[in-house]
Design a protein around this ligand. Structure first.
Ligand code: SF4
Length: 285
Protein backbone atom coordinates (compact mmCIF):
# COMPACT_ATOMS: atom_id res chain seq x y z
CA UNK A 1 0.00 0.00 0.00
CA UNK A 2 2.20 2.77 -1.23
CA UNK A 3 -0.12 5.13 -3.07
CA UNK A 4 -1.16 8.41 -1.51
CA UNK A 5 -3.76 9.27 -4.13
CA UNK A 6 -6.98 10.63 -2.70
CA UNK A 7 -10.50 9.38 -3.52
CA UNK A 8 -11.94 10.74 -6.73
CA UNK A 9 -15.14 12.72 -6.57
CA UNK A 10 -18.45 11.36 -7.84
CA UNK A 11 -17.75 7.65 -7.31
CA UNK A 12 -19.74 5.24 -9.41
CA UNK A 13 -21.27 2.78 -6.92
CA UNK A 14 -21.03 -0.01 -9.48
CA UNK A 15 -17.34 0.57 -10.05
CA UNK A 16 -15.55 -1.89 -7.81
CA UNK A 17 -12.03 -1.07 -8.93
CA UNK A 18 -10.40 1.49 -6.65
CA UNK A 19 -8.01 4.18 -7.88
CA UNK A 20 -6.02 3.46 -4.71
CA UNK A 21 -6.40 1.28 -1.61
CA UNK A 22 -7.19 4.48 0.28
CA UNK A 23 -10.47 5.36 -1.38
CA UNK A 24 -13.15 6.17 1.16
CA UNK A 25 -16.26 4.12 0.47
CA UNK A 26 -19.35 4.05 2.69
CA UNK A 27 -22.96 2.85 2.71
CA UNK A 28 -22.81 1.00 -0.60
CA UNK A 29 -24.71 -1.97 0.83
CA UNK A 30 -26.94 -0.06 3.22
CA UNK A 31 -30.11 -0.95 1.31
CA UNK A 32 -29.58 -4.69 1.57
CA UNK A 33 -32.14 -6.05 4.07
CA UNK A 34 -30.78 -7.58 7.25
CA UNK A 35 -32.26 -10.97 6.32
CA UNK A 36 -30.30 -10.93 3.03
CA UNK A 37 -27.11 -10.05 4.85
CA UNK A 38 -27.63 -13.05 7.13
CA UNK A 39 -28.31 -15.32 4.14
CA UNK A 40 -25.23 -13.98 2.40
CA UNK A 41 -23.06 -14.79 5.39
CA UNK A 42 -24.56 -18.27 5.74
CA UNK A 43 -24.23 -19.22 2.07
CA UNK A 44 -21.36 -17.16 0.66
CA UNK A 45 -23.45 -16.49 -2.44
CA UNK A 46 -23.17 -12.74 -1.93
CA UNK A 47 -20.17 -10.81 -0.67
CA UNK A 48 -19.72 -7.21 0.46
CA UNK A 49 -16.65 -5.84 -1.29
CA UNK A 50 -15.09 -2.50 -0.49
CA UNK A 51 -13.13 -2.51 -3.76
CA UNK A 52 -10.54 -4.39 -5.72
CA UNK A 53 -7.19 -3.30 -7.04
CA UNK A 54 -5.10 -4.78 -9.82
CA UNK A 55 -1.36 -4.93 -10.29
CA UNK A 56 -0.42 -5.22 -6.62
CA UNK A 57 3.10 -6.48 -5.99
CA UNK A 58 2.84 -6.12 -2.21
CA UNK A 59 0.16 -8.60 -1.21
CA UNK A 60 1.65 -11.96 -2.05
CA UNK A 61 3.98 -13.34 -4.72
CA UNK A 62 3.96 -11.97 -8.27
CA UNK A 63 1.47 -9.48 -9.62
CA UNK A 64 -1.93 -9.78 -7.98
CA UNK A 65 -5.55 -8.80 -7.91
CA UNK A 66 -6.58 -7.85 -4.38
CA UNK A 67 -10.21 -7.99 -3.30
CA UNK A 68 -10.77 -5.82 -0.23
CA UNK A 69 -13.74 -7.15 1.68
CA UNK A 70 -15.83 -5.06 4.03
CA UNK A 71 -16.30 -5.94 7.69
CA UNK A 72 -13.81 -6.19 10.52
CA UNK A 73 -14.21 -6.97 14.19
CA UNK A 74 -10.86 -5.41 15.20
CA UNK A 75 -10.53 -1.70 15.86
CA UNK A 76 -6.82 -1.13 15.32
CA UNK A 77 -5.72 2.31 16.45
CA UNK A 78 -3.60 2.60 13.31
CA UNK A 79 -6.16 1.23 10.82
CA UNK A 80 -5.93 3.11 7.52
CA UNK A 81 -9.19 1.69 6.21
CA UNK A 82 -11.83 2.26 8.93
CA UNK A 83 -14.45 2.46 6.19
CA UNK A 84 -14.02 -1.32 5.87
CA UNK A 85 -15.15 -1.92 9.47
CA UNK A 86 -18.86 -2.09 8.60
CA UNK A 87 -19.85 -4.77 6.15
CA UNK A 88 -22.65 -2.69 4.65
CA UNK A 89 -20.15 -0.07 3.55
CA UNK A 90 -19.19 -2.63 0.91
CA UNK A 91 -20.86 -3.15 -2.46
CA UNK A 92 -22.96 -6.34 -2.59
CA UNK A 93 -21.48 -8.60 -5.27
CA UNK A 94 -22.76 -12.05 -6.20
CA UNK A 95 -20.25 -14.88 -6.16
CA UNK A 96 -21.07 -15.41 -9.82
CA UNK A 97 -20.08 -11.85 -10.71
CA UNK A 98 -16.91 -12.11 -8.64
CA UNK A 99 -15.94 -15.31 -10.46
CA UNK A 100 -16.60 -13.71 -13.84
CA UNK A 101 -14.40 -10.74 -12.92
CA UNK A 102 -11.61 -13.06 -11.85
CA UNK A 103 -11.89 -15.09 -15.04
CA UNK A 104 -10.97 -11.99 -17.07
CA UNK A 105 -7.62 -11.80 -15.32
CA UNK A 106 -6.69 -15.43 -14.84
CA UNK A 107 -4.37 -15.82 -17.87
CA UNK A 108 -2.47 -12.63 -16.99
CA UNK A 109 -2.17 -13.61 -13.35
CA UNK A 110 -0.70 -16.96 -14.29
CA UNK A 111 1.80 -15.36 -16.70
CA UNK A 112 2.87 -12.85 -14.04
CA UNK A 113 3.19 -15.62 -11.45
CA UNK A 114 0.68 -13.78 -9.32
CA UNK A 115 -2.79 -14.60 -8.14
CA UNK A 116 -5.76 -13.51 -6.10
CA UNK A 117 -5.37 -12.05 -2.63
CA UNK A 118 -8.43 -11.53 -0.47
CA UNK A 119 -7.91 -8.87 2.17
CA UNK A 120 -10.06 -6.40 4.04
CA UNK A 121 -11.28 -5.40 6.53
CA UNK A 122 -11.14 -8.90 7.85
CA UNK A 123 -12.03 -11.32 5.05
CA UNK A 124 -13.02 -14.14 7.39
CA UNK A 125 -16.00 -12.06 8.54
CA UNK A 126 -17.35 -13.41 5.21
CA UNK A 127 -15.55 -16.73 5.25
CA UNK A 128 -18.09 -18.62 3.13
CA UNK A 129 -17.76 -16.10 0.30
CA UNK A 130 -13.97 -16.21 0.62
CA UNK A 131 -13.87 -19.99 0.40
CA UNK A 132 -16.18 -20.04 -2.63
CA UNK A 133 -14.10 -17.45 -4.46
CA UNK A 134 -10.83 -19.19 -3.60
CA UNK A 135 -12.26 -22.53 -4.74
CA UNK A 136 -13.16 -20.93 -8.06
CA UNK A 137 -9.71 -19.35 -8.33
CA UNK A 138 -7.99 -22.68 -7.70
CA UNK A 139 -10.12 -24.33 -10.37
CA UNK A 140 -8.83 -21.62 -12.78
CA UNK A 141 -5.24 -22.37 -11.80
CA UNK A 142 -4.93 -19.05 -9.92
CA UNK A 143 -2.77 -18.85 -6.78
CA UNK A 144 -4.71 -17.80 -3.66
CA UNK A 145 -3.57 -15.74 -0.67
CA UNK A 146 -5.58 -14.81 2.41
CA UNK A 147 -4.59 -11.60 4.18
CA UNK A 148 -6.07 -11.90 7.67
CA UNK A 149 -5.81 -10.77 11.26
CA UNK A 150 -6.22 -14.46 12.09
CA UNK A 151 -8.74 -14.10 14.89
CA UNK A 152 -11.52 -15.89 12.98
CA UNK A 153 -9.28 -18.64 11.61
CA UNK A 154 -11.29 -21.28 13.49
CA UNK A 155 -14.11 -20.65 11.03
CA UNK A 156 -12.12 -22.42 8.30
CA UNK A 157 -12.32 -26.18 8.05
CA UNK A 158 -9.35 -28.22 6.94
CA UNK A 159 -10.96 -28.51 3.51
CA UNK A 160 -11.43 -24.73 3.40
CA UNK A 161 -7.74 -24.28 4.13
CA UNK A 162 -6.91 -26.48 1.17
CA UNK A 163 -8.22 -23.67 -1.04
CA UNK A 164 -5.64 -21.24 0.40
CA UNK A 165 -2.10 -21.40 -0.98
CA UNK A 166 -0.63 -18.73 1.30
CA UNK A 167 -1.72 -16.93 4.45
CA UNK A 168 -0.55 -13.38 5.13
CA UNK A 169 -1.03 -13.21 8.88
CA UNK A 170 -0.94 -10.00 10.90
CA UNK A 171 0.37 -10.25 14.42
CA UNK A 172 -0.26 -6.85 15.94
CA UNK A 173 1.64 -7.22 19.22
CA UNK A 174 3.02 -9.97 21.46
CA UNK A 175 2.14 -8.45 24.81
CA UNK A 176 -1.52 -9.39 25.57
CA UNK A 177 -2.32 -6.05 27.22
CA UNK A 178 -0.78 -4.08 24.38
CA UNK A 179 -2.59 -6.25 21.83
CA UNK A 180 -5.87 -5.54 23.59
CA UNK A 181 -5.06 -1.83 23.57
CA UNK A 182 -3.95 -1.73 19.92
CA UNK A 183 -6.83 -3.73 18.40
CA UNK A 184 -9.47 -4.05 21.11
CA UNK A 185 -9.38 -7.86 21.12
CA UNK A 186 -7.41 -10.82 22.48
CA UNK A 187 -4.30 -12.18 20.80
CA UNK A 188 -5.03 -15.83 21.73
CA UNK A 189 -7.11 -16.84 18.67
CA UNK A 190 -4.50 -15.25 16.39
CA UNK A 191 -1.69 -17.34 17.85
CA UNK A 192 -3.90 -20.45 17.82
CA UNK A 193 -4.48 -19.93 14.10
CA UNK A 194 -0.76 -19.44 13.47
CA UNK A 195 0.00 -22.72 15.26
CA UNK A 196 -2.70 -24.49 13.25
CA UNK A 197 -1.24 -23.18 9.99
CA UNK A 198 2.17 -24.42 11.08
CA UNK A 199 0.80 -27.87 11.94
CA UNK A 200 -0.82 -28.00 8.48
CA UNK A 201 2.47 -26.80 6.88
CA UNK A 202 0.57 -23.99 5.24
CA UNK A 203 2.95 -21.35 3.84
CA UNK A 204 2.70 -18.12 5.78
CA UNK A 205 4.03 -14.58 5.58
CA UNK A 206 4.00 -12.47 8.71
CA UNK A 207 2.94 -8.82 8.50
CA UNK A 208 3.89 -6.49 11.30
CA UNK A 209 2.83 -2.84 11.41
CA UNK A 210 5.45 -0.69 13.10
CA UNK A 211 3.97 2.30 14.92
CA UNK A 212 6.16 4.63 16.98
CA UNK A 213 5.35 4.49 20.70
CA UNK A 214 2.80 1.73 20.12
CA UNK A 215 4.32 -1.33 18.43
CA UNK A 216 8.02 -0.42 18.32
CA UNK A 217 8.98 -2.26 21.50
CA UNK A 218 11.96 -4.35 20.39
CA UNK A 219 11.45 -6.99 23.13
CA UNK A 220 7.89 -7.46 21.92
CA UNK A 221 9.14 -7.81 18.34
CA UNK A 222 11.80 -10.31 19.43
CA UNK A 223 9.11 -12.50 21.01
CA UNK A 224 7.11 -12.46 17.78
CA UNK A 225 10.25 -13.30 15.81
CA UNK A 226 11.04 -16.22 18.13
CA UNK A 227 7.46 -17.48 17.88
CA UNK A 228 7.38 -17.24 14.08
CA UNK A 229 10.80 -18.82 13.64
CA UNK A 230 9.62 -21.74 15.76
CA UNK A 231 6.57 -22.31 13.57
CA UNK A 232 8.66 -23.45 10.61
CA UNK A 233 6.21 -22.27 7.93
CA UNK A 234 6.99 -18.53 7.84
CA UNK A 235 8.90 -17.77 4.65
CA UNK A 236 8.78 -13.98 4.78
CA UNK A 237 8.20 -11.09 7.17
CA UNK A 238 6.99 -7.69 6.00
CA UNK A 239 7.59 -4.88 8.45
CA UNK A 240 5.06 -2.25 7.45
CA UNK A 241 5.89 1.29 8.58
CA UNK A 242 2.92 3.20 9.96
CA UNK A 243 1.76 6.07 7.73
CA UNK A 244 -0.97 8.68 7.73
CA UNK A 245 -2.45 7.97 4.29
CA UNK A 246 -5.72 6.74 5.79
CA UNK A 247 -5.85 9.39 8.51
CA UNK A 248 -8.32 11.51 6.55
CA UNK A 249 -10.86 8.67 6.66
CA UNK A 250 -11.14 8.80 10.46
CA UNK A 251 -11.98 12.49 10.24
CA UNK A 252 -14.50 12.02 7.44
CA UNK A 253 -16.17 9.16 9.31
CA UNK A 254 -16.25 11.18 12.54
CA UNK A 255 -14.22 8.63 14.55
CA UNK A 256 -11.76 9.84 17.19
CA UNK A 257 -8.26 9.19 15.86
CA UNK A 258 -5.67 8.81 18.60
CA UNK A 259 -2.68 8.65 16.26
CA UNK A 260 -3.28 11.94 14.49
CA UNK A 261 0.08 13.37 15.53
CA UNK A 262 2.15 10.20 15.23
CA UNK A 263 4.93 10.33 12.64
CA UNK A 264 6.02 7.31 10.56
CA UNK A 265 8.90 5.34 12.11
CA UNK A 266 12.43 6.30 11.17
CA UNK A 267 14.40 4.21 8.66
CA UNK A 268 16.66 3.14 11.54
CA UNK A 269 13.71 1.82 13.57
CA UNK A 270 12.37 -0.13 10.58
CA UNK A 271 15.85 -1.55 9.90
CA UNK A 272 16.24 -2.54 13.55
CA UNK A 273 12.88 -4.34 13.53
CA UNK A 274 13.86 -6.19 10.33
CA UNK A 275 17.20 -7.06 11.87
CA UNK A 276 15.49 -8.67 14.88
CA UNK A 277 13.51 -10.93 12.58
CA UNK A 278 16.64 -11.75 10.57
CA UNK A 279 18.52 -12.67 13.75
CA UNK A 280 15.90 -15.37 14.21
CA UNK A 281 16.56 -16.75 10.73
CA UNK A 282 13.59 -15.12 9.01
CA UNK A 283 13.63 -13.17 5.74
CA UNK A 284 12.42 -9.68 6.64
CA UNK A 285 11.75 -6.69 4.39
S1 SF4 B 1 -7.53 -5.77 11.28
FE1 SF4 B 1 -7.04 -4.46 9.51
S2 SF4 B 1 -9.01 -3.66 8.78
FE2 SF4 B 1 -9.33 -4.48 10.85
S3 SF4 B 1 -9.12 -2.70 12.18
FE3 SF4 B 1 -7.12 -3.72 12.08
S4 SF4 B 1 -6.01 -2.69 10.42
FE4 SF4 B 1 -8.21 -2.16 10.20
Amino acid sequence: MTSDRRPPQGQDPENLEAASPFELRVDRGRNVPESEVRTALATGDLGFIHSFTTGSMLDGPGVRIVAWLAGCQFRCLYCHNPDTWNMTNGTPVTIQRAKEQLKKYRAGLRVMKGGLTISGGEPLMQHKFVVKLFTAAKSMGVHTALDTNGSLGARLTGEDLNQVDLVLLDIKSWNPERHQKVVGASIDPVLDFARRLAAARKPMWLRYVLVPSLTDDFDDIAHIAEFCAGLGNVSRVDVLPFHQMGGFKWKQLGIAYELENVEPPTRETVDKACQIFREHGLKAY
